[in-house]
Ligand binder design. Structure first.
Ligand code: GLU
Length: 470
């Protein structure tokens, strides 16, 4: 049996996009499910737009998501000699050829085709044919290399996501697989190939068995399949994932909101929740909405992939994140919250885990959790409306009595609860009449977890000072 090998092949022209992250997740989970291997390849042949900063961001986001790779990162720009060798071989056997058309020639070709109402396709002027006399090679024109695509017949594949797809070779032309070498490039240096060619050589060399990618690549697949055949290479299976649409039904894009994985890391989302949410955008396992990466690996066998576009739903992501946050270990959560607070210049202490445990139920993100926790380490400014509503002259005596009791009681939840009760009994008050003002003074708002727990995690000095503040 052949080993299942999948890959993710981002172009380093920006951050790791949510769509690419979903493809990476599916590819990774598919390999893991089958005990196979997952490769990370950096498709950096667009030299003008590729940057090291993008590579770093992509690797960092992959790391954050926990999608480990068995091989890579492999950089296409380090494989130029290999591509050149394959091109030389194709030129030798006639599955590729040099084309000396100038941009002006191509413009004229396009105009003539348009005038005749024909589809715009390269007319194969420079493609050698038995008995055909090629035009004289023009002086000073550097050639591009084109693939000699079959001129007729159908290209058909059974897409893992979309089912059978057929495209006629008459619909496609002889695509450029290597552009003319740059002005001033050293003589004999290998040229830079185009995406469609490099991807085939790479997936072939790297023995990729299953290619998952966005469905914007469906139109590229017939060329790629033809090149595999021309090279005598075994075909991988292809699975083209539908686009992710934004909340507004348009393709998810930067203009319409956060599309970088790193944006979600900064906004306090958990990798477990991101993976969970991304997994459900285009795949399902029964009615399961909440699951871990391990569970996904057990279930992700390449079936139940959706053919239709998924819709990004920020509210659902927040809900999924909240569910993962709730069940997360307090100490692990404390590490994340500490990092958030560190960025804000807030120093924490041994109470941090317990504070995370106390507030995690009411937070969607670790940023929200850090907002709550920060109140224990910084000065709180109460909400003015709540202050006026709850901290009235009528409750001042109760606050003074509570301060008196809290000054001497043991500093734990049970003793603090008892002190609160004593104040209620001696002044004939109900719990909210006392608890609301104390909450507003301590945490700035009346909506907080149980007061004894909040106070037990605050310092006695701070509470006494707040209660006695005029
Ligand atoms: N570099 C291509 C992209 O980012 C990869 C496409 C593929 O997976 O074949 O779209």
């Amino acid at each position: 049996m052949t080993t299942i090998r999948t890959r993710i092949a981002p172009s380093p022209t920006g951050f790791l996009h949510l769509g690419t992250a979903r493809t990476a997740l599916y590819s990774w989970a598919y390999a893991r499910h089958h005990g196979g291997e997952f490769v990370l390849r950096i498709e950096d042949t667009d030299v003008a737009r590729s940057t090291q900063d993008s590579v770093d961001q992509i690797l960092q986001s992959m790391h954050w998501l926990g999608l480990g790779y068995d091989e890579g990162p492999i950089y296409q720009m380090q494989r130029l000699e290999r591509y050149q060798a394959v091109i030389d071989q194709m030129l030798a056997v006639g599955t590729a050829y040099r084309c000396y058309c100038t941009p002006e020639d191509l413009e004229a070709m396009k105009a003539a085709q348009e005038a005749r109402g024909e589809k715009r396709l390269y007319d194969r002027t420079w493609r050698p044919q038995p008995g055909k006399v090629l035009p004289p090679v023009p002086a000073g024109v550097k050639p591009v290399i084109r693939f000699a695509n079959p001129v007729d017949g159908m290209v058909t594949w059974d897409d893992l996501v979309k089912g059978p797809i057929s495209i006629s070779n008459t619909e496609i032309d002889d695509l450029i697989i290597q552009r003319a070498s740059e002005e001033g490039a050293p003589e004999g240096a290998p040229g830079v190939p185009t995406y469609n060619f490099a991807v085939v050589v790479d997936d072939w060399d790297m023995a990729i068995s299953h290619v998952f990618r966005g469905d914007e690549h469906i139109n590229n697949t017939p060329w790629q399949i033809n090149m595999y055949r021309a090279l005598g290479a075994a075909l991988p299976q292809f699975g083209h994932l539908p686009v992710i649409l934004g909340d507004d039904g348009q393709k998810l894009s930067k203009r319409r909101g956060a599309v970088a994985v790193s944006n979600y890391e900064e906004a306090g989302y958990l990798p477990a929740a991101m993976n969970n949410y991304l997994a459900r955008l285009g795949w399902s396992h029964g009615d399961e909405e909440l699951f871990s990466l391990d569970q996904m690996v057990q279930w992700f066998d390449g079936t139940h992939l959706s053919k239709s576009p998924a819709q990004w739903d920020a509210a659902k992501l927040a809900w999924v994140n909240a569910q993962h946050l709730k069940v997360m270990d307090d100490a692990a959560l404390a590490e994340l919250v500490q990092a958030q607070l560190h960025k804000r210049g807030v120093t924490t202490d041994a109470r941090l885990s317990a504070l995370c445990g106390l507030f995690k139920d009411r937070c969607d993100t670790t940023v929200m959790l850090a907002d709550w926790v920060a109140k224990f380490y910084t000065e709180v400014t109460p909400n003015p409306e709540e202050l006026a509503q709850h901290v009235t002259d009528a409750v001042r005596p109760a606050l003074a009595l509570l301060a008196e009791k809290l000054a001497t009681c043991a500093w734990d939840k049970a003793a603090i609860a008892a002190a609160l009760k004593e104040v209620l009994t001696s002044l004939g008050l109900k719990m909210p009449q006392l608890a609301m003002p104390v909450r507003v003074l301590v945490l700035g708002t009346a909506q907080t977890p149980s007061l004894d727990a909040v106070l037990a995690l605050s310092s006695r000095e701070k509470i006494l000072a707040l209660l006695q503040k005029p």
